[in-house]
Design a binder for this molecule. Structure first.
Ligand SMILES: *Cc1c(COP(=O)(O)O)cnc(C)c1O
Length: 370
C-alpha cells in the first residue's frame, strides 16, 4: 500500500470564525435546529453573492436538485436533459421525481453540455434541463438560456462545483430558473453538509419552502399541503457557512492562484486542461484536473507513494448501474475520453506554492520516465 497521504485532494479551510460561530449558536443563541440567526445570515450571503431574489437553504446539494425539480413540476413520464459526465446525484434526483434522465455528451474542451447535441434530445416530454458548471467551468449561458426559453424548459443550474465562477461577469447561480448549490466538505464554500436553491420566481420559492419542510403550509403547523421531505439546514451548519462566506473573496483569489501555479508548473508536460474563452468565462478552480495521455493508474499510484492523493474524474453515468438503461444504444465518446484520461489533483486553498511545485515536479518526472 502507498505511503500515508500528506497532500489530500480536498480539505476545507476552517480557520476563520467557524468554531466561534458554532459555539455562539450552541451556547448563546441556543438554536441548533433549523431556525436561528445564522440560517438567515447564510441565506443573505447566498442572495448577495449569487444575485437572486429568493433563497432556500437545504440539507445538501442533492436535496437542492430534488427541490428544484419537484417545484418545477417535473414528474412521472417527464424527461430531463442532463450531462452524462457529472456527479451521479444529478441523474438520481431526476429519478427521485419519477422522471427520466436524457443524457447528453459533454464538450471535449470545457467538459460541459455539448450544445450541438441538444436539439437531437428534445421530445414532447422534455420538461427541464439541469446544466452543471462542471469542475468550476461555467456553461455557455448565452446559448442555454434562450434555448431553454424557446423550448419551454425549466433551466435548473447546478453550480455545486462552481461557487464564484462567472459568465460574462455574472455569477453562476444567476442564470437558471432555479439554481442549486452544494456545500459538502470538498466544495468551495462548505457547511459540512448543506445546500441552497435560488430563484427570482416567488411561486417556485414558496413551493420549495413547503416541500423542504414536510410539505407543511407553515412552520409548526400540522397542516400538510403535499407529501414533502425534510430538507432543512441546521443553524449549526449555517454558522459554519457564514464564516466561510466571510472569506469567499479570499478563497476565490487563492483558487485562482492555485490554477495559475498548476498551469505554470505543468507547462511542457504531455497534459491538457479544461479550456475556455477568457473573454466569456471566469472559471473557479474546484478540483484542478488534468487529462493525461499516459498510464493513469501508474501516475496516481506513484504520486500516492509520495504522499500525493489524486482522484479519478466522474465515471460517466451511462456506464453506471442505476442509469445505463436510460442510455441504451447510445455512445458518449467525449465523456468516455475525459474519464479515461482525467485525474484530479490536490486543490485545497491551504496548499502552498511550494507544495504545488512539488506535485507538478513529481507528475513531470513520472510521465517522462514512462
Ligand atoms: C457535489 C455535487 C452534488 C451533490 O451535492 P451533495 O451536497 O453531496 O448532495 C450535486 N451536483 C454536483 C454537480 C456536485 O458536484
Amino acid at each position: 500500500m502507498a505511503n500515508k497521504i500528506k497532500i489530500p485532494v480536498a480539505e476545507p479551510d476552517l480557520s476563520g470564525k467557524e468554531a466561534e460561530y458554532v459555539l455562539d449558536a450552541i451556547e448563546n443563541e441556543r438554536r441548533i435546529s433549523s431556525s436561528g440567526k445564522y440560517i438567515e445570515r447564510f441565506e443573505n450571503f447566498g442572495k448577495k453573492f449569487f444575485k437572486k431574489e429568493y433563497v432556500v437553504s437545504c440539507s445538501n446539494g442533492t436535496a437542492a436538485l430534488h427541490l428544484a425539480l419537484q417545484s418545477s413540476g417535473v414528474g412521472t413520464g417527464d424527461e430531463v436533459i442532463v450531462p452524462v459526465f457529472t456527479f451521479a446525484s444529478v441523474a438520481a434526483s431526476v429519478l427521485h421525481c419519477h422522471a427520466k434522465p436524457v443524457f447528453v455528451d459533454v464538450n471535449s474542451e470545457n467538459w460541459n453540455l455539448n450544445i450541438e447535441e441538444l436539439d437531437k434530445k428534445i421530445t414532447h416530454k422534455t420538461k427541464a434541463m439541469i446544466a452543471v458548471d462542471s469542475y468550476g467551468m461555467p456553461c455557455d449561458y448565452d446559448f442555454l438560456v434562450p434555448w431553454c426559453k424557446k423550448n419551454k424548459l425549466f433551466l435548473i443550474e447546478d453550480a455545486a462545483e462552481a461557487h464564484g465562477a462567472r459568465y460574462r461577469s455574472r455569477p453562476v447561480g444567476n442564470f437558471g430558473d432555479i439554481s442549486c448549490f452544494s456545500f459538502y466538505g470538498n466544495k468551495i464554500i462548505t457547511t459540512g453538509e448543506g445546500g441552497m436553491c435560488l430563484t427570482d420566481n416567488e411561486l417556485l420559492y414558496q413551493k420549495m419552502m413547503i416541500f423542504k419542510n414536510h410539505g407543511r403550509c407553515a412552520r409548526g403547523v400540522y397542516d400538510h399541503e403535499v407529501a414533502g421531505c425534510n430538507y432543512r439546514l441546521t443553524n449549526v451548519q449555517a454558522a459554519i457557512g457564514c464564516a466561510q462566506f466571510e472569506r469567499f473573496e479570499e478563497f476565490l483569489t487563492k483558487r485562482q492562484k492555485l490554477s495559475g501555479w498548476y498551469r505554470q508548473f505543468l507547462a511542457g508536460a504531455p497534459i491538457t486542461f479544461q479550456s475556455y474563452d477568457e473573454n466569456e468565462m471566469t472559471p473557479v478552480c474546484w478540483l484542478f484536473s488534468i487529462l493525461v495521455k499516459g498510464d493513469l493508474q501508474k501516475l496516481s499510484e506513484q504520486l500516492a507513494s509520495h504522499g500525493i492523493e489524486t482522484r479519478l474524474l466522474f465515471k460517466p453515468l451511462h456506464k453506471q448501474k442505476p442509469f445505463q438503461i436510460f442510455a441504451k444504444n447510445q455512445s458518449f465518446p467525449n465523456a468516455d475520453y475525459i474519464y479515461e484520461h482525467g485525474l484530479s489533483l490536490p486543490s485545497s486553498v491551504k496548499l502552498t506554492e511550494k507544495q504545488v511545485k512539488f506535485i507538478c515536479e513529481n507528475i513531470k518526472r513520472i510521465l517522462t520516465n514512462e
